[in-house]
Design a protein around this ligand. Structure first.
Ligand SMILES: [Zn+2]
Length: 268
C-alpha cells in the first residue's frame, strides 16, 4: 500500500498561490473541458467569479494528493476536476485562504466500499485523524447527475470537512463559521431534528442521526433543493447563507452568488 504522506503545508500552499496569482499555474485544456461540460454551477457565475473559481480549483487540485482505491490504479482528470470543483462550490463564499488544508488526501473508490473503521458500507467518509476525504465515484456521479434531488455525496463530505476544519487550529484555517449564525442554526436544527423523526420534514432521514449529519444534509439541500428549502424554512436558509457566505438562490436570478470580494467581510 502506498504511504499517505502530507502534501499540503503552508509553504507549498503559498508557492502554488503565487504560481496561480501570476498566471503560471492554470487549468489544462482537458481540465477546463471537464469543468465546462459537467459543472453547471460554474456556468452560472459571473465571468469575474468564473475566473476566481478556476484559480481556486487549480490551487485545490495541486494542494491535494489523490489516491485510487478498491481497484483504481489512478485517479482520472475527470475525477480530480469534478471532486475538487464540488469542494470549491462549497467553499466559494469564503476567502481564497480557506482550502480545507488539513484534508490533503482524497481517496477515490469505484463504488460503495466497506469501511474497516465503522464496519459498514459507505458512499463517502471524512477521516480527520489522517486528513483524508473518501469518495465512492459511482455514488458521487449519481449525485452530480441529479442536481435537484438534495442528494450529493461530494457536497455532503465536503460539508463535514468544512465543519471539522473550522475547529482545527494548527494551520490557522479555523473559526471561519460565524459563531452567532452557528448558534442560531443549531437552535433551529434541534427543532427540525424532531420533525425529521416524525417524518415531517423536507430533509432526508440521514439528517436525524446528529447535528453533524444534519448540517451535511442541509448543505446538500441548500445547493440542490434551494427554492424548496428557502420556502420551507427561510430562517434556517438564511443561517446557511451567512455561514457559507453565499446564496445559491441568486444563481436562479442571474445575480452573483456571493458579494464582491472587495466588499467588507461580515464577521470573521
Ligand atoms: Zn455524513
Amino acid at each position: 500500500m502506498r504511504s499517505l504522506f502530507r502534501k499540503s503545508n503552508y509553504l507549498s500552499t503559498l508557492w502554488y498561490q503565487l504560481l496561480v496569482e501570476f498566471g503560471f499555474l492554470k487549468l489544462s485544456k482537458a481540465e477546463l473541458d471537464v469543468l465546462s461540460t459537467y459543472f453547471p454551477y460554474y456556468h452560472r457565475l459571473s465571468l469575474k467569479f468564473q475566473r476566481e473559481f478556476r484559480e481556486r480549483l487549480v490551487l485545490f487540485m495541486n494542494n491535494k494528493s489523490f489516491y485510487g482505491r478498491g481497484g483504481y490504479s489512478e485517479v482520472s482528470v475527470e475525477m480530480k476536476v469534478l471532486i475538487s470543483a464540488t469542494a470549491i462550490k462549497v467553499l466559494f463564499g469564503f476567502p481564497k485562504t480557506i482550502t480545507l488544508s488539513h484534508f490533503d488526501k482524497i481517496l477515490v473508490y469505484p463504488d460503495r466500499y466497506y469501511s474497516s473503521h465503522s464496519l459498514q458500507y459507505h458512499n463517502g467518509e471524512v477521516n480527520p485523524k489522517y486528513g483524508i476525504i473518501v469518495i465512492a465515484w459511482k455514488e458521487f456521479i449519481k449525485g452530480l447527475n441529479n442536481p435537484t434531488d438534495g442528494w450529493n455525496v461530494g457536497i455532503h463530505e465536503f460539508a463535514h470537512a468544512l465543519k471539522i476544519e473550522n475547529k482545527i487550529k494548527y494551520n490557522g484555517e479555523y473559526g471561519f463559521l460565524m459563531p452567532m449564525w452557528w448558534s442560531k442554526y443549531v437552535h433551529l436544527a434541534t427543532d427540525e431534528l424532531k420533525k425529521i423523526k416524525e417524518g415531517n420534514s423536507i430533509f432526508r432521514s440521514q439528517a436525524r442521526e446528529n447535528i453533524h449529519e444534519f448540517f451535511a444534509v442541509s448543505v446538500e439541500a441548500f445547493f440542490e433543493n434551494t427554492i424548496a428549502f428557502k420556502a420551507y424554512h427561510p430562517e434556517m436558509y438564511e443561517c446557511l447563507v451567512f455561514l457559507l457566505r453565499q446564496d445559491p438562490m441568486l444563481l436562479y436570478t442571474g445575480v452573483n452568488v456571493k458579494k464582491d470580494a472587495n466588499e467588507k467581510e461580515e464577521g470573521t
